[in-house]
Design a protein around this ligand. Structure first.
Ligand code: BG6
Length: 474
């Protein structure tokens, strides 16, 4: 058998993409609530278009999403029916600390997570909790400038203290920041950052990155102090860069593009800033405030395991290249003509998954956990409302096969695998409902029409069989 007996099969979601109930039980407004569906979304999540309040003429999908806030029992029962061993979800920071800088948490917000976690434990489903998945209370954005401000590290620590104590003995697996490297590509979504006229963007971004890295190390410290059983992981949007050609400049371009992403994990996993990053700061005149105490905190609190999302590989080119780029998961990259594309133009590359898994494992030698992988596609229910999503089954089977080879043939230590969007939810990149990833169909469209009724797709039974056979029966 390729996978360990206690391999954690399951699915993943994020609070802002499924919970809805954005103003219920005292929840405060968050950055992610303000990302509308449609053309302007990209400008908002990248921080180019400041949208600090709801504006007329826009539809904001996170407000209601798939209303998991009121459907979680039904949804978890379906996950249990599939045989989930784990469920990855995120906490909405502004549910627990509505403004972010309060001393005391919002009891009502915590109660929701108490209930959700107890419901999972009822079915022996291991909770895998992302502390922040692209969200930050808007009050911290408006008053403090988001993660550009070091004060936010303290507020994040408060959040961590509350949740680690509250869920001691119930939650063991934690992830500090979802896709931490996304901060460079979507600063408003990743860090609540909008730029001021004329400011040095790299300076702002890397200082914010330092704050998140610091917060991640502080969280790891607190988690271990509260319960030595706690396992704290980092999380990156992965996908190795292939050189466009064997031209040395392209090979170097691919190598350095990988480093842009690995930089974060280098710090979280090794405990110090790599020399190439320090040289980059120096060369570009960036003055990143890193104290001696910060260095110590980072050094002494490295992560226990490494998690990542994988959707596709990317292409790297030399600096002199004029190659046109295409967008995939908010990364700009030249097209890879050897790969098929999804309906949203994302390349499909199962073997690249094995390459990516190995490259991460080779570098860090820590247990890995794939916490996102999946196919965003248009599903067309038949007259009975049934979705025969063979395309999704094929995509996942092809990727799981490669993960299996990484474990069985390459000896990678792998803790588990959670598919992205195990139930249809709002797309982070586009805000659409039409871009579906789930085994469970949710009746809702891009503009909030639909009954929110849940139904099983063909892939539901398929994944159940994958889990029951521990990945043998694909
Ligand atoms: C990852 C995010 O980048 O990709 C998820 O962690 C996101 O939040 C997922 O939903 C898929 O991207 P999209 O844009 O198709 O929703």
């Amino acid at each position: 058998m390729a996978f360990r007996e206690d391999f954690l099969w399951g699915g993943a979601t994020a609070a802002n993409q499924c919970e809805g109930a954005y103003d219920v039980d005292g929840r405060g407004l968050a950055n992610v609530d303000l990302a509308p569906v449609g053309e302007d979304r990209a400008a908002v999540v990248t921080g180019q278009r400041k949208m600090f309040d709801f504006e007329d003429g826009y539809f904001y999908p996170a407000k209601e999403a798939i209303d998991m806030y009121h459907h979680y029992k039904e949804d978890i029962a379906l996950f249990a029916e599939m045989g989930f061993k784990t469920y990855r979800f995120s906490l909405a920071w502004s549910r627990i600390f509505p403004k972010g800088d309060e001393q005391e948490p919002n009891e009502k917000g915590l109660e929701f997570y108490d209930n959700l976690i107890d419901e999972l434990l009822k079915y022996d489903i291991e909770p895998l909790v992302t502390i922040t998945h692209f969200d930050i209370p808007m009050h911290l954005v408006k008053e403090y400038g988001g993660w550009r401000n070091r004060k936010v590290v303290e507020f994040y620590e408060n959040l961590c203290r509350v949740i680690f104590n509250r869920y001691k003995g119930k939650v063991k697996y934690w992830i500090t920041f979802n896709e931490i490297n996304m901060l460079l590509h979507a600063p408003f979504m990743g860090a609540g950052i909008c730029f001021e006229e004329g400011e040095n963007r790299e300076q702002v971004l890397y200082q914010a990155a330092h704050h998140e890295l610091l917060a991640s190390a502080a969280a790891t410290k607190i988690a271990h102090e509260v319960d030595s059983e706690n396992m704290v992981g980092c999380m990156m949007a992965s996908g190795v860069h292939y050189p466009l050609t064997p031209k040395p400049e392209d090979v170097w371009g691919a190598y350095t593009s990988d480093r842009d992403n690995l930089f974060f994990i280098d710090v979280q996993s090794r405990g110090y800033y790599p020399n190439y990053a320090l040289k980059f700061f120096e060369r570009n005149g960036l003055d990143i405030k890193i104290t001696e105490e910060d260095k110590e905190l980072l050094r002494e609190n490295t992560v226990d395991y490494i998690t990542f999302s994988y959707y596709n590989t990317r292409v790297g080119v030399g600096d002199d290249s004029n190659e046109e780029t295409v967008e995939s998961n908010l990364f700009q990259t030249p097209d890879n003509p050897y790969l098929e594309k999804t309906e949203w133009g994302w390349p499909v590359d199962p073997l690249g998954f094995r390459t990516t898994i190995n490259s991460i494992y080779d570098r860090y030698q820590k247990p890995l956990f794939v916490v996102e992988n999946g196919l965003g596609a248009v599903d067309k229910p038949d007259d009975d409302g049934y979705v025969a999503d063979d395309y999704r089954i094929n995509y996942l089977a092809d990727h799981i096969k490669q993960m299996k080879d990484a474990v069985e043939l390459d000896g990678v230590e792998m803790l588990g695998y959670t598919t992205w969007g195990c139930i249809d939810l709002v797309s982070a990149g586009t805000g659409e409902m039409k871009k579906r990833y789930g085994f469970i169909y949710v009746d809702r469209d891009n503009y909030g029409n639909g009954s929110l009724e849940r139904s099983k797709k063909k892939s539901f039974d398929w994944y159940k069989q994958v889990i029951a056979s521990n990945g043998e029966d694909l």
